[in-house]
Design a binder for this molecule. Sequence first.
Ligand code: CAA
Length: 283
Amino acid sequence: MKIKTVMVAGAGQMGSGIAQVCAMHGYAVILHDLKEEFVERGRQAIAGQLQKLVKKRRIAVTDMEQYLGRIHSSVQLKNAQKADIVIEAAVENIEIKKNLFAQLDELAAEHTILATNTSSLPITEIAAATKRSEKVIGMHFMNPVPVMKLVEIIRGLATAEDVYRLVREMAVSLEKTPVEVNDFPGFVSNRILMPMINEAIYTVYEGVASPEDVDQVMKLGMNHPMGPLALADFIGLDTCLSIMETLHSGFGDDKYRPCPLLRKYVKAGWLGKKTGRGFYTYD
Ligand code: CAA
């Protein structure tokens, strides 16, 4: 089998980034979400990113038009039938993902691979919601998808070898570097990144330093491109909290306890860049 058509289920920050990269590398893309306005917002974000590349003279206007022409909008999940692979990029909620995978299993063609871009939820459990667990796999992209080179590829307990190979080949075709990871909470990326972000939030919570100073320490002292609190705002504080909760419950160890300040911000609706306020404010 050759992967030619990709459905990206979820047109948010990650989904639109994945759709953009797939379209730029020759795949036909079905960009799916629950409502037309969500899909349209994703398309606008992609168009905006491509326009920036045109301005920088990295791509021609005709390239941009070709890439956008490869992206088809969808609000009907049954369009999954046309896809060789579905990459799910919905919210980080195990019940929502299990429900979505059960539906995709019913609707997609027999050969279709069902991949999830989950940042920490168990692939094996998501796979168990389908009758094709050998075709379910984790394909975890990093944000911003067009820039970041890594894709973690996570096998569930039953993932077939040829499915792993096809997904790995696809990641390479997208000019990403795949890294194979086993199905443990947070995989590798978030098991290491999120406790650092959580600890940065604790330092603010305990009055050790201001958010600006915490970020300055990590940028100037450790050469991180962004401080952990700016990065948390960028990822989304709701996503950070749900990943910490997955680590906390998955390992049963208090070292992963989400900082109360993180919980408070999420309850306040201060979710970071996407809502205009997190540890910083945004226009
Ligand atoms: N989409 C597409 N391209 C973007 C972008 C975006 N959202 N943001 C920045 N870029 C591009 C810029 O256009 C620029 O491209 P060129 O160099 O080709 O001109 C390049 O990235 C650098 O951007 P800037 O000069 O504006 O700013 P910067 O040098 O500070 O880089 C950054 C921005 C790439 C985001 C950098 O700050 C960085 O690497 N930050 C850390 C990102 C990170 O850690 N991501 C992982 C998050 S964790 C995750 O995603 C997993 C999870 O499950 C939660």
